[in-house]
Design a protein around this ligand. Structure first.
Ligand code: T4K
Length: 367
């Protein structure tokens, strides 16, 4: 029986890709901010409804670079333990101390009501994540940041194309970062971006992305190599043409899951929020063992044995991983909601190529 994976990469038509590759091969300009790179940067900014976007080679370097661009080089940064580990690693790579704050037990996003208690004289910034693409409470977070003169960097790796009342969620905070990894709603194989709010900041980010070079002989800062190449930029341009259709299919799958699971005791899922354009990047369900009759892990491994590969995103919590587990904010007592969600979640398979039969097979495991 065919294996059903949690996601599957959205791939451009191979013949069309081949034609574009022939053009790149003929021109022999394969990286360092070439024509396809510039075109993708422009088209992505238009598609996402943001004025300033810088392409990157993956979704992790943008997190690291965002902190450099905002000159957050020492102190503490408040963040969520409920994310992919890259979020916290970016702080560590900048010599910053992560301070974990508990999450909202429903959405899984950082709980704004818990942020202020974690602020100390060493706090420099807040780094929330729009987990599963669900928008954080950006207004409340901004109020807190403004009151304490903190920067806000959103890890928006899951939030491609998400908007609230017609405005891109990427406009919140000082900087947002994206991932275009193969497993994401929109992918460039590996890739990512930074979204900022001024031409001046974009210029700074673009220097940092390219070793700090301003011109052939001037280095303005300790930059890194975060450039996306021409091959992936061209691939990304082709994928941009089909991402709306992919999101539409994801939505259909999400609606089927919701309909089938609505009355199952002990299973909770996320609903659409009013005014939000969702991207259906993930379909997490949360299992209440007592009410459902089986534990999360029993269901997870049962699904696996039947070739249905859900994923426990995000278990274990980042705060329980080696480099972070001894931090004072990493205790279970400090993070009850995060621990409860991490122990109950399974992300069901959801992607553009999932058939109705696949959806039925996933549901059969659960029902
Ligand atoms: N911030 C957040 C909040 C993130 O979620 C991530 C990444 C980042 C930052 C960092 O962005 P990047 O630097 O990665 O751009 C995956 C991804 O590798 C990672 O990008 C993602 N988050 C994370 C949530 O998931 P794994 O280890 O679960 O992926 P893997 O290889 O097990 O793939 C999952 C499934 O996808 C496979 O079972 C089948 C399918 N798949 C995967 C790949 C790579 C394919 O069908 N084809 C493929 O080529 O981490």
């Amino acid at each position: 029986m065919k294996t059903i994976t949690v996601t599957s990469p959205l791939l451009p038509d191979l013949d069309t890709l081949h034609e574009v590759m022939q053009d790149i091969w003929a021109k022999k300009w394969v990286t360092n901010l070439g024509e396809y790179h510039e075109k993708l940067e422009k088209e992505l900014a238009e598609y996402l409804g943001v004025p300033y976007l810088s392409l990157f080679t993956n979704g992790t370097i943008p997190l690291i670079t965002a902190l450099q661009a905002l000159e957050i080089r020492d102190g503490e940064v408040i963040t969520t333990p409920y994310s992919f580990v890259a979020t916290t690693h970016a702080l560590w790579w900048n010599g910053l101390t992560p301070v974990f704050v508990d999450i909202d037990p429903i959405t899984g996003n950082i709980d704004p009501s818990k942020i202020e208690a974690a602020i100390t004289p060493r706090t420099k910034a807040i780094m929330p994540v729009h987990v599963y693409g669900t928008p954080c409470d950006v207004e409340r977070i901004q109020e807190i940041a403004d009151a304490h003169s903190l920067k806000v960097i959103y890890d928006a790796a899951h939030a491609f194309g998400v908007s609230v009342d017609g405005n891109s969620i990427l406009q919140a905070g000082d900087i947002s970062t994206l991932s275009f990894h193969a497993t994401k709603v929109y992918n460039t194989l590996e890739g990512g971006a930074i979204v900022c709010h001024s031409a001046e900041m974009k210029k700074k980010i673009d220097y940092l992305r390219n070793f700090g070079f301003e011109d052939e002989t001037t280095v303005v800062g300790p930059g890194i190599n975060g450039k996306m190449d021409e091959v992936r930029s061209a691939y990304g341009l082709l994928n941009l043409r089909q991402v709306d259709a992919a999101i539409a299919r994801r939505r259909e799958v999400a609606l089927k899951y919701r309909k089938a699971l609505a009355d199952v005791p002990g299973i909770r899922f996320l609903d659409d929020l009013e005014g939000v354009r969702h991207n259906y990047a993930y379909f997490p369900i949360f299992i209440d063992e007592k009410a459902y009759g089986r534990s999360r892990d029993v269901l997870y491994f049962d699904m696996k044995s039947k070739g249905v590969l859900g994923r426990r995103y995000f278990y274990p919590l980042i705060s329980s991983f080696g480099p972070y587990s001894s931090l004072p904010s990493a205790t279970k007592e400090n993070l009850p909601a995060a621990n409860a969600i991490a122990d109950s979640v399974i992300c069901l398979p959801i992607h553009h190529a999932l058939s109705d039969e696949d959806v039925a097979r996933v549901l059969e495991c659960i029902l």
